[in-house]
Design a protein around this ligand. Structure first.
Ligand code: KE4
Length: 429
């Protein structure tokens, strides 16, 4: 595949922006080589500036559940632009979008719109601390909640010890109130509450994890987190920025029948525009300024263009739910990739929830970061580039989930499976 224009534009970008990107995840750091520069998306496809076509399984890291240039979203954005791009004042669209979220997500009685998933989780953490008057927040290794200082924390020296910064620029002072435990490690969360119970403000988790690859919580773990937070008066925050409206209309919480105290949202809710949200029990949300005293604000929060896109997206998902189709496509792709890996003799495991999935280059089921980190990332990189050369654009890291959209077809899935079989057999067979 000729990608010379991409290379030229990326060289230009590296001189202008750190790493030539505006988000680290896009820089192909995990797979080597240079990122591809794209011109447009259409349905299930992306087209790069050299005219190459790819079946897109990143979907902008989740938002494109209905495919690129979805008609209703496109029309809504065009119409909104004609009325002005930003007022910094209340609009009816914010009420409409808030109602659509509250109607869909079991835990959300009130909501605040923000501009990204990071803003949503950062704000939710602050509200949980303000509401409980406590400091400690528990997160889990392998879970990513955006670039919030207090969540850019690595595990402490032992379970139930407080964390240490995982990035330069994050201070020890910020990290000392965060504890990082093992996902699906029931004993660790039990020990943490036994030791620190009445000091724990919140537990934040991905109820379906996508950020160490697709990993689900065991029922025992999920029930332990819910019952321990309940017992100790800590706020349980489900970070559904990725899995919200993705795995079901009501998100992972509606699939598992576990209701958190707060939920963070992003990606799909903005229809591909910059929009996030946090919400939860009215009793908690009433602590948010100006109703309460926990400060939260944003110039472009509830922006008319983003809310128009979000309304169109959530109405489409409510009125024409794609989840049955997505389950069918997901089942087809999962079976095909498993067959291809088996035929090539590749040690692998797969985890899928609806239209989000990961093929792990690891024979063991991946249940948490300690098993995820054993994946053969070198093998993944070769698989990734082999698929790129066959017009298939997978997430550029073993520790991400792929996303299928309602615009994908059986033919797209079958092309992907055939390409994967060719690549895996040539590299391992
Ligand atoms: P944003 O600030 O990127 O909108 O959302 C942060 C975030 C919060 N919570 C979860 C569960 C998330 O997955 C994310 C962001 N996800 C990554 C992909 N794993 C976004 C890709 C990127 O950073 O460019």
């Amino acid at each position: 595949m000729n990608r010379t224009r991409s290379q030229t534009e990326y060289a230009r970008a590296k001189n202008l922006m750190p790493g030539g990107v505006n988000s680290a995840a896009r820089a192909f750091g995990a797979v080597g080589g240079e990122p591809i520069v794209f011109e447009r998306g259409e349905g299930a496809y992306l087209f790069d500036i050299d005219g190459n076509k790819y079946i897109d399984y990143i979907g902008s890291w989740g938002p494109m559940i209905l495919g690129h240039q979805q008609e209703a979203v496109k029309e809504a954005v065009h119409a909104a632009v004609e009325r002005g791009t930003s007022f910094g004042a209340p609009t009816v669209a914010e009420n409409e979008l808030a109602e659509l979220m509250i109607e869909a997500v079991p835990s959300v009685e009130m909501v605040r719109l923000v501009n990204s998933g990071t803003e949503a989780t950062m704000s939710a953490i602050r509200v949980a601390r303000g509401y409980t008057g406590r400091d400690i927040v528990i997160k889990f290794s392998g879970n990513y909640h955006g670039h919030v200082d207090s969540l850019l924390v690595a595990a402490g020296s032992a379970a139930a010890t407080l964390g240490v910064p995982s990035s330069p620029g994050v201070t020890a002072g910020t990290s000392k109130d965060t504890m990082v435990l093992g996902y699906n490690e029931v004993a660790e969360i039990e020990e943490a509450f036994a030791t620190h119970g009445d000091k724990i403000a919140a537990v934040i988790m991905e109820p379906v994890c996508g950020n160490m690859g697709c990993v689900t919580p065991t029922e025992v773990f999920l029930n332990a987190v819910r019952s321990l937070t309940e017992k100790h008066g800590s706020v349980l925050i489900f970070d559904e920025v990725m899995c919200g409206f993705r795995v079901a209309h009501g998100g992972a919480q509606s699939l598992f029948g576990v209701t958190p105290d707060m939920t963070t949202m992003g990606k799909i809710v903005g229809g591909g525009l910059p929009l996030g949200a946090f919400g939860g029990k009215r009793e908690i949300m009433q602590h948010v300024l100006p109703a309460g005293k926990v400060f939260q604000a944003g110039t472009l929060s509830g922006n008319p263009i983003a809310t128009a896109a979000g309304i169109a997206m959530l109405k489409s998902l409510r009125d024409n739910p794609p989840y049955e189709k997505l389950e069918g496509l997901g089942t087809r792709l999962e079976a095909g990739l498993a067959a291809a890996a088996t035929k090539a003799g590749v040690d692998h495991s797969i985890k899928r929830v609806g239209s989000m999935m990961t093929l792990f280059f690891n024979p063991e089921p991946v249940t948490g970061w300690s098993s995820a980190e054993k994946c053969d990332t070198e093998a993944f990189s070769k698989y990734f580039w082999g698929l790129i050369d066959r017009g298939v654009y997978m997430p550029c890291s073993q520790f991400e989930a792929l996303f299928i959209s309602a615009a994908h077809t059986d033919a797209d899935i079958d092309h992907t499976i055939a390409a994967a079989e060719e690549v895996l057999c040539s590299q391992h067979g």
